[in-house]
Design a protein around this ligand. Sequence first.
Ligand code: NAD
Length: 497
Amino acid sequence: MTATTISHWIGGTRSPGGSDRHGDVFNPATGSVSATVPFATSSEVDAAVAVAAEAFLSWRDVSLSRRTEIMFRFRELLSAHKDDLAAAVTAEHGKVLSDAAGEVQRGIENVEFACGAPHLLKGSMSHQVATRVDVHSLLQPLGVVAGISPFNFPAMVPLWMFPNALVCGNTFVLKPSEKDPSASVLMAELLTEAGLPDGVFNVVHGDKEAVDALLVNPTVQAVSFVGSTPIARYIYETGTSHGKRVQALGGAKNHMVVLPDADLGMAADAAVSAAYGSAGERCMAISVVLAVGDVADPLVAAIAERARAVRIGPGTDADSEMGPLVTREHRDKVASYLPAASEAGARLVLDGREQSFDGDGFFLGVSIIDDVTTDMDCYRDEIFGPVLAVVRVPDFDAAMAVLEDNPYGNGTAIFTRDGGAARRFVDEVPVGMVGVNVPVPVPVAAYSFGGWGDSLFGDSHMYGPEGLAFYTRSKVVTSRWPDPSTSTVDLGFPQSR
Ligand code: NAD
């Protein structure tokens, strides 16, 4: 198969770019290179930002109803092209088609939220705060804003960002992951088809050079980032030191606490889907089960029974429940945690390396590591693959102590029938998104998404109300008007009211 070249999208059209650096895009199911993607130079990024800055001058004045109308049309086009987008995601990321379609659907929910902008962007008004003095507030766009997204949700994570940014009146430059860049260009085309003026939404591909150019460009007012913790920290520190508003969502190590009274079948089903869905390459994946008390033995047995039945194969195969990992290097890195865990004293209940696959795809079987302790690398590191660690703890307090010591705070879940225990967990756990008998508690679009601790740098969570707040700045206007009856021009007002 001949590799195609993926284009940037600047000023409403595809642009091949002039850089002599590029990256390979793989089909993870076959291991072959399917496309090459240009890596923008810093001057190419600056040129794209200049296009967005020019477009901002008119986009900010486009009426709210017109902006919303475009977003409604974009929503229809996304729905109509859901299968195309899902196919593009599966081809470059590897996740199974149903999962890819689910990702697009979760993204569409954010577009639907953005369609509510006429209501959501209302300011407030206080009449007569002093004699003939009124105060009102309005929300205005920031200007050019940038988004930098990770490989694991190439459609959904950009949709967390740009629909809200655009309806607020900003223009946008997206730097998607270089591993699976096609979905962003497809969405750019759909935005244009929906009526978005040229230059309002732009896509530049690239690596660190492109990201750094966005972080230092003085025209860029705000940066939304989603990715790993070390890069999130870097983006936050560099962006804010250049005077920008930054929200940088980082990595995760999500724990699922299973109490002895939990519905065992429900908990085991949840652990398997949350640990191995999308090959564990989800920031909300469950990677640690905290098995409390005597639930551990039957729970591990129930998870293992289900895990052995997970069907692994190409994402395009309707029978596959789990696809390959994103790259060969990542697959090998994930696999390397298994012998290391064994050497550290943990027990491999299921070793994904033992499953063999035809061809050169980046496949790895699912793994369960039991008797993990919190000093082991397989506990401390974000593995980001189909590996589930089980930490056995004697009681609820011990489970909470483990959670409190973990530096990440993205998502967590408790499985129990006890309302009091669940309520205490919700109150006390230092984590941004919490599930009660729900393993992957991703907030719906009307709430905002974000973790605590090393899973978030910045003050603002993403999408929902905090997303709109991030992409706007408020202005408060205090007005006093003279009494019209005192006007030197007789306007027909009585002398006093
Ligand atoms: P990554 O941090 O490697 O890359 C994210 C983005 O940063 C990409 O666009 C990439 O090109 C860019 N980048 C990479 N290295 C850079 C550098 N040195 N300087 C500047 N930019 C750089 O993340 P990834 O591997 O693409 O995605 C997986 C990670 O993202 C996991 O850690 C996962 O937990 C995290 N993630 C978090 C959330 C969340 O909401 N908290 C959601 C999805 C993914």
